[in-house]
Design a protein around this ligand. Structure first.
Ligand code: GZL
Length: 317
């Protein structure tokens, strides 16, 4: 534990817990702003830190791992009390996480996981990404009710834990359904623009009339794909069924308009549970579970998506 944290820990016996938060400086290495969900996570993280009187040092990596590693090293040099990391990809973190451990600065992972020894991070606050894929697959199985379906898939960022896990989960979800087949699968890097470009290539390669459904690893790629489907003269949500993940406002709007069929909610508030765990750990060494799991909820046309859109549209997406 670094000197400042040690002083804080020793002082904690004489000071109410809230005072510990008043003194905390936390570095946040954020991936970027590739999607509406990511923007909301950044907004909420800043709000959660402010609520706690935490001095948050924010670094936007523009979706580059080397920028995240640089930011973490800068946080270590500044002697922050803790680091939040949303890791853009799953591998390549061991060395810099070891440097943080050597400096006795706890690291909490947000919304994605890393392929590194668990003792190199305090906890990971994420959804069950495999489960999200399974829910999407099961929704399509139920929707098709035994009919065959040629599926195209827009994957998330190559090498990221959501892209790996959501792909695995969806394949598990459709495994038992005769005739459901993924015929094209390619990364759209979680962005609307790439989602549109890759969907255009799928439509050109397969012929829109031969595509039954799109599974996108996030809503932003689905929204981009909807534009491509319309420009191809087809009706998204009808000619091509669309299921995705995040439940951002524009997904609820698309479902309300009949242009999309289902989305699975991912809370943008990973920072609340993360900061609670960090405060407890820095106050008296309370070690959290290695995984703090957030809930996933399926939304379909059966829900009041117009009302949900109105509720969510001002939440920082
Ligand atoms: C998933 C998160 C993903 C979101 C995307 O936990 O990492 O990253 O689903 C975002 O919108 O790009």
């Amino acid at each position: 534990m670094n000197i400042k944290a040690t002083l804080l820990a020793s002082a904690v016996a004489l000071t109410p817990a809230f005072a510990v938060a008043q003194d905390l400086t936390i570095g946040f290495s954020q991936i970027g702003s590739e999607s509406g969900w990511r923007a909301a996570e950044t907004t909420v993280t800043k709000q959660e830190a402010e609520k706690r009187g935490i001095d948050l040092k924010f670094a936007d990596a523009q979706q580059k791992q080397e920028n995240q590693i640089k930011a973490i090293r800068s946080f270590i040099a500044q002697g922050v009390d803790a680091i939040l990391l949303a890791p853009v990809v799953a591998t390549g973190w061991d060395e810099v996480l070891e440097e943080a451990a050597d400096a006795e600065i706890p690291v909490v992972l947000l919304d994605r996981t890393v392929d590194a020894p668990e003792d190199l991070y305090l906890t990971a606050v994420t959804s069950d990404l495999v489960h999200e894929g399974r829910v999407a697959g099961q929704w399509l199985v139920d929707e098709m009710a035994g009919e065959p379906c040629r599926i195209v898939e827009l994957q998330g960022t190559t090498g990221s834990s959501p892209a790996i896990d959501r792909k695995q989960g969806f394949e598990e979800g459709i495994a038992g359904a005769e005739g459901l087949e993924i015929v094209r699968s390619q990364t759209g890097d979680f962005t609307r623009s790439q989602g549109k470009v890759v969907m255009e290539s799928f439509l050109k390669a397969e012929g829109g009339e031969n595509i039954c459904a799109l599974y996108a690893h996030n809503d932003d790629m689905a929204v981009g794909a909807i534009q491509a489907i319309k420009e191809a003269g087809l009706n998204p949500g009808e000619d091509i069924k669309i299921v995705a993940i995040d439940a951002v406002p524009d997904a609820h709007l698309a479902i309300a308009n009949g242009e999309m069929n289902a989305t699975i909610e991912l809370t943008p508030n990973m920072a609340g549970p993360a900061l609670d765990a960090l405060e407890a750990y820095l106050a008296d060494g309370t070690a959290p579970a290695k995984w703090i799991q957030t809930e996933s909820k399926l939304f379909t046309a059966a829900d009041d998506n117009a009302a949900i859109y109105e509720e969510k549209k001002n939440l920082g997406y």
